[in-house]
Design a protein around this ligand. Structure first.
Ligand code: NDP
Length: 295
């Protein structure tokens, strides 16, 4: 099966590895070409010279870009892929995108005989490496079946969320919850440290109690207490995701005060920590504001 993969970032590069083998014939394209060349030096893949070149002849095209705006840009930008997508091919967009843009891309492609599936992923770089990502997809079932072998190469739990855009909506809400957990757990632990409680002891209790989450069970012990803060998922992307969730709430006429406050705090963390910070580093903002270190 001929597959094009566009976007070899923190998670995309790990997903593409699973496609660099039989029965796939893989072509990769990345904006920074050196990353694509590096990838092809150690994996079986052809390096394309442009998005247009990458998708020529591809049956399935995977995009894994920061947001739907970049997906639009590689469709319509210079050397964009729009005119060389084959009729009958499937664009499987693994970007954590936004529902309105995904719906508009799907409508445009449909008129050209090309199918679109929004297929955001969760599980982070660890699951990407082991090929066990969770995939939440939106779109037509028959279209998805044509892309299924590709999805199964890097996914384990594969769930149909609904029509095009439903995968994006589900992903945005999941990540809004992640943002809330990071901010709330960070505040709670900062408070406990100031109150004289060892954070390791606090987590031992919280993780045996009802306040636990993936943030308290894994992220804080492995990344904050150790002060390791590895870069696996940029804070800027989490900020984008909670913004998508907030916009979805507004589109539906809802008032979402908890989510909106968490979104405001994530914007502040992004402004303070920059575009390259990891998402868990949002805790550093809380530490700085309260003159405390959680360790
Ligand atoms: P990165 O920021 O690490 O990588 C982004 C990729 O997009 C890079 O290949 C980058 O190219 C490319 N890119 C950025 N801007 C443009 C542009 N204007 N035109 C063309 N290409 C562009 O992101 P991730 O790999 O971490 O994330 C990708 C998607 O997956 C995001 O939507 C994210 O929210 C989602 N995601 C990420 C997870 C993670 O753990 N990292 C987990 C789950 C979902 P270049 O190399 O040139 O910068």
């Amino acid at each position: 099966m001929r597959v094009a993969f566009i976007g070899l970032g923190d998670i995309g590069s790990l997903m593409a590895v699973h496609l660099a083998r039989e029965p796939f014939a893989l072509t990769v394209w990345n904006r920074t070409e050196s990353k694509a060349r590096e990838f092809a030096a150690s994996h079986s893949a052809r390096v394309a010279t442009s998005p247009r070149d990458a998708v020529r002849g591809a049956e399935v095209i995977v995009t894994c870009l920061p947001s739907s705006a970049e997906v639009e840009a590689i469709l319509h930008g210079e050397q964009g892929m729009i005119d060389s997508l084959e009729r009958g091919s499937v664009l499987l967009d693994c970007t954590s995108g936004d529902p309105p843009t995904s719906r508009s891309i799907a409508a445009e492609l449909s008129a050209r005989g090309v199918s679109f599936i929004d297929a955001p992923v969760s599980g982070g770089t660890v699951a990407a490496k082991s090929g066990s990502l969770t995939i939440m997809w939106g779109g037509d079932k028959a279209d998805f079946e044509r892309a299924r072998p590709v999805v199964e190469a890097f996914g384990k739990k594969i769930v149909h969320a609904g029509p095009v855009g439903a995968g994006d909506a589900l992903k945005a809400v999941n990540n809004a919850l992640l943002a809330v957990h990071i901010l709330a757990t960070g505040e709670g632990l900062a408070m406990l440290v100031k109150a004289g409680v060892d954070p390791g002891v606090a987590l031992e209790v919280i993780n045996a109690s009802s306040g636990r989450s993936n943030t308290s069970e894994n992220l804080i012990p492995q990344r904050v207490l150790t002060r390791a803060f590895p870069r696996t998922f940029r804070l800027a992307l989490l900020d984008k995701d909670i913004g998508i969730a907030e916009a979805l709430g507004a589109e539906l006429g809802m008032d979402t005060p908890v989510l909106s406050l968490a979104a405001k705090r994530m914007h502040e963390a992004r402004a303070a920590l920059g575009e390259d910070a990891d998402h868990v580093e949002a805790v550093k903002m809380i530490e700085a504001e309260n003159d405390v270190v959680i360790r």
